[in-house]
Design a binder for this molecule. Structure first.
Ligand code: MTE
Length: 331
């Protein structure tokens, strides 16, 4: 991010389909839906490239509904563009979480003891029904599996089978006021648990923002798990944002506060280096970072570089949000 790119490789390794199956069953039980049964719908068939992101829906049924198909199917091996999913090992051991360390491979160990429960997310600001959500409240939103590419501004990327729910659902629950233009997100501030908050004089807590129409776009996800397992601390447990068409730094981890506001919020990176990290941060191979090209990327766990796609390959879903904007100016 604010310093030169680290390019250490993680050896690719995969968990077995059986391990995935077992952990998924445990995760679903953890969500408290076992009694009601789980409906399993795969919206885009495996192996069929489609312009849509792959979305798998796990619908909670009422107690009276018939028991439906259990989660026996592992996620497909590739995303809708044919990119291989990044292994669980690589996703969880090559991380950016500066509240702990700048060392991508050191985050998992340092974050391991982050206390995840109790946890609350306070949602307020310009809303009619401000509310504090605890983890059980968040788990009551319909959970879906979504396979998204995540492109870090540093030039590496991952393909991740997230699990979570659409941010729009949460926002609708608090009833935004008409003058709410932006959404501001905040990570936990707890220097006793997060050594990086003591070591660096950044304007903590980590904060990020979206314009209201971006936040309401169905692709914007609040993730609670990946590969069918609850999120680990290093990936932003217990709940993080995932905005797949923007550089990864927008996808803020371990969220404790969400405010709807009138003015464009100042993110941590805008405060630290405004000439390098803009508010929009849309993935764009045509607009270089001041210190490096953005035209290619390396999938974590793989060798070689791939061309970077405009809006990270999600232009069909989100390009219309920026029709009136010059994206070379609004980076
Ligand atoms: N959120 C917080 N709170 N702190 C961070 O340092 N890093 C961001 C983003 N969210 C970061 C964060 C960056 S730069 C990236 S690329 C992604 O998280 C990385 O997510 P991952 O570690 O799960 O791959």
């Amino acid at each position: 991010m604010a310093r030169a790119v680290m390019m250490t490789e993680i050896p690719p390794s995969d968990i077995t389909p059986e391990a995935r199956y077992l952990s998924r069953r445990q995760f679903i039980r953890g969500l408290g839906v076992a009694a009601g049964g789980v409906l399993f719908v795969r919206c885009a068939p495996t192996g069929t490239p489609s312009p849509e992101a792959i979305i798998t829906t796990h619908t909670q049924m009422t107690a009276a509904a018939p028991t439906t198909v259990p989660l026996t199917t592992p996620p497909p091996a590739v995303d809708e563009l044919g990119n291989r999913l990044t292994s669980y090992q690589a996703i969880t051991n090559y991380c950016n979480y500066y509240e702990f360390t700048f060392d991508k491979e050191g985050v998992a160990r340092l974050a391991a003891d982050l206390q995840l429960s109790p946890w609350q997310v306070e949602v307020g600001g310009l809303v009619h029904k401000p509310r504090v959500f605890d983890l059980d409240d968040l788990r009551r939103f319909e959970q879906e599996e979504r396979i998204y590419r995540m492109r870090c501004v540093e030039g590496w990327s991952k393909v991740v089978p997230w699990f979570g729910f659409s941010l729009a659902r949460l926002l609708r629950a608090v009833e935004p006021m008409a003058n709410a233009q932006y959404v501001r997100f905040e990570t936990l501030y707890d220097p006793a648990q997060m050594p990086g908050q003591k070591a660096r004089s950044y304007p903590w807590p980590y904060a990020e923002g979206l314009r209201m129409d971006e936040a309401m776009n169905d692709l914007s996800l609040l993730a609670t798990g990946l590969y069918g397992q609850p999120l680990l601390p290093q990936n932003g447990a217990p709940v993080r944002l995932v905005v797949p068409w923007k550089y990864g730094f927008k996808s803020i981890k371990s969220i404790v506060k969400i405010d709807l506001v009138e003015k464009m919020p100042i993110s941590l990176w805008m405060a630290v280096a405004p000439e390098e990290y803009g508010f929009f941060a849309n993935v764009n191979p045509e607009v270089d970072h001041p210190r490096w090209s953005q035209s290619t990327e390396r999938f974590v766990g793989e060798t070689g570089r791939q061309p970077t796609l405009f809006l990270n390959g999600y232009a069909d879903q989100v390009a219309r949000l920026y029709q009136a904007m010059d994206l070379t100016r609004w980076f």
